[in-house]
Design a protein around this ligand. Structure first.
Ligand code: GDP
Length: 611
């Protein structure tokens, strides 16, 4: 297929220049119902002059339970209009200031192939960095320049005249950070697995992240040059984690490589192109650019400097930009070779100078044709952001779900599940997936054994999930992270109580419940055996306060092994009522002596939680 010439001077502007409000509008004229977005049953009934109960009844007969305030999607609105003898038309009004939610509908004739954007993930030491270097050194797009000369967070490689954009930071931290800010950048994940080591914890985490994001995986089985390489073991390990390779009848392609000896690197890149072509990645170069801020910093000489990934459209020097809440003119645009570019096509990463302030990584950006427009939109975005920040309390809590449900919204409940054993994780997961509530889909995006960790919090934050600990708990650091990321962690000990709680939330029937609040944790540093008394735990209170008369539980590597009471709490020789964080104390657990160094004694109180 001949490539369509890109005529940048004829670029389309994405949005109407008018800064509009968010509210959906409707109008009925000459038998045509014109609307702009989701509306409630009450609003539709009023516009069409019919009874809301008729609409509710119609959907009830179709098995959908809605109420007068339920929001209707396009299909539902269309159906009701036709049922009542009206034609309908959706008018596209886009809020210029809300460009991250812009649904671009390009004319298929304007679309051309764009390079895929790839992130490399895998366990530490499996060869991610070595692979990045191997690709950088042998598949440069610009053969003349002899090497990448500035780090801009992404770079392009080339195979058989086809480009591939690589995100520079391997691992899932960057990937997750972007996703939790609502920015999906990656089209394909290369999962590096060392053939001499097999699937390891971070491999599994990477699989979870790719799956939660719905991004296809290509497996690079690395280090095949090593004597201990066992490719079949890697394949079987992957199968055990639901990554089904082609050999096993699945659709995930694996390429056996050596990043160090540069074996099969081209084959891996050809596979990336193949998967990209299957994914039909397309963009319209004939419009003003939009995309994501990959990195940004304040350069001492040049001022705010941002790496942008153009996702659609073409970015040109002298375009006006809004990135996050900053704006400015593209004064200079360079690629990873520090070469000045005048235009950047879709999937191109560029370093841009000219913004008024430093945007944040993960911010969306859009180009405009006039400075006035860019300035006004940036200002408006700043106001909206500030007012949202005031209102914002949490990413996803059970209470939010409950409230959304009350308002009749259809929803996904994403859950990260940690349990005391793989068996119970699987059992709880299976039971959760059996919960059947109309309009609600429960997705368990991770189910594994062990303590709740920061990695769980990151995954939950990126996927707007709730973390459930079944007989396991987070340590103080993880709890702090959850607080920072506004991720809710709920702890349960009994399967049916956990299932009941989720089902109740899904049905919008959450009752006030008692939840436990962790008030303190002490780490056992030393054991003192005292005849007649038992084993006294010499502890350091590492978080909160330990009180003499609240219930405790004993944790070993995050797993609950005993629950009971404190028989005696001492500071030095004296009995203490409570001991605060940073102080040492001696704890004797009532009727229990099987303690070990590094165990955690955790204390909690049951507090009423308002629904
Ligand atoms: P990362 O932590 O995943 O980025 O792993 P690195 O790229 O830093 O690689 C870890 C170690 O494995 C380094 O010592 C590399 O030289 C080595 N390594 C990487 N790829 C290969 C390979 O294909 N073969 C062999 N023999 N060693 C490799």
């Amino acid at each position: 297929m001949a490539k369509k010439p890109t005529n940048v001077s004829e670029r389309k502007v994405n949005v109407s220049t008018k800064v509009t409000s968010n509210k959906a509008t409707t109008k009925l004229s000459n038998g045509v119902f014109v609307y702009t977005g989701a509306i409630s049953i009450a609003e539709l009934a009023k516009s069409l002059d019919i009874l809301p109960s008729e609409i509710i009844k119609y959907f009830f007969m179709k098995g959908k339970l809605l109420n007068i305030n339920s929001l209707l999607d396009d299909e539902m609105i269309g159906t009701i209009c036709l049922e009542n003898g009206f034609d309908f038309q959706k008018k596209e009004v886009v809020d210029a200031e809300n460009f991250e939610n812009l649904q671009i509908k390009d004319d298929p004739n304007d679309l051309t192939y764009r390079p895929p954007v790839v992130t490399i993930m895998g366990h530490v030491d499996h060869g991610k960095t070595t692979l990045i270097d191997a690709i950088r050194n042998s598949n440069l797009v610009d053969k003349e320049v002899g090497g990448i000369s500035q780090s801009i967070g992404a770079y392009q490689a080339e195979i058989n005249n086809k480009k591939i954009t690589f995100i520079d930071t391997p691992g899932h931290e960057a990937f997750t950070a972007m996703r939790s800010r609502g920015a999906s950048v990656t089209d394909i994940v290369i999962l590096v697995v060392a053939a001499d080591d097999g699937v390891m914890p971070q491999t599994v985490e990477a699989i979870d992240h790719a799956k939660a994001a719905g991004v296809p995986i290509i497996v690079a089985i690395n280090k095949i040059d090593k004597p201990g390489a066992d490719v079949n073991k890697v394949k079987n390990d992957l199968l055990a984690h639901d990554v089904v390779l082609e050999d096993y009848g699945g659709d995930v392609i694996a390429v056996e490589i050596s990043a160090k000896q540069k074996i099969n690197i081209d084959k891996l890149l050809e596979t990336v192109i193949l998967v990209a072509e299957m994914s039909q990645l397309k963009a319209n170069p004939n419009r003003y650019a939009m995309g994501i801020v990959l990195e940004a910093e304040l350069d001492k000489q040049e001022g705010p400097k941002a790496t942008l990934l153009v996702q659609n459209g073409t970015l040109k020097t002298s375009d006006y930009l809004v990135a996050g809440t900053c704006y400015g003119k593209v004064r200079r645009m360079t690629n990873e070779f520090n070469k000045i570019l005048n235009t950047a096509l879709p999937a191109t990463p560029v370093s841009v100078i000219g913004l008024s302030e430093v945007p944040q990584a993960g911010d969306h950006f859009m180009a405009f044709s006039s400075e006035k427009e860019a300035r006004e939109i940036a200002l408006r975005r700043k106001q909206i952001k500030e007012s949202k920040e005031k209102k914002m309390t949490s990413a996803a809590t059970l209470e939010d779900l409950f409230n959304m449900k009350k308002e009749g919204e259809i929803q996904n409940i994403n859950i990260v599940l940690k349990a005391d054993s793989t068996g119970s994780a699987e059992a709880v997961k299976a039971s959760l997936e059996k919960i059947n509530v109309p309009n609600v889909k429960i997705n368990v995006i991770r189910a594994s054994s062990g303590a709740i960790t920061e990695s769980d919090v990151l995954l939950a934050s990126a996927s707007h999930a709730i973390i459930y600990g079944f007989n396991v708990r987070p340590d103080a650091k993880t709890r702090a992270k959850a607080l920072e990321e506004k991720v809710e962690i709920r702890l349960q000990r009994i399967i049916y109580a956990l299932l009941e709680e989720i089902e109740a939330a899904a049905k919008g029937l959450l009752k006030p419940t008692y939840v436990e609040k962790i008030i303190g944790q002490a780490e056992i540093r030393q054991l003192f055996k005292v005849s007649k008394l038992g084993t006294i735990a010499g502890c350091m209170v590492v978080d909160g306060t330990i009180k003499a008369n609240s219930p405790i539980r004993l944790l070993r590597e995050g797993v609950v092994i005993y629950e009971g009471k404190i028989a005696s709490l001492r500071r030095g020789k004296d009995q203490a009522k409570e001991v605060r964080s940073g102080f040492e104390c001696g704890i004797l657990i009532e009727n229990y002596n099987d303690i070990k160094e590094l165990d955690i004694i955790e204390q909690y109180e049951m507090v009423e939680e308002k629904a």
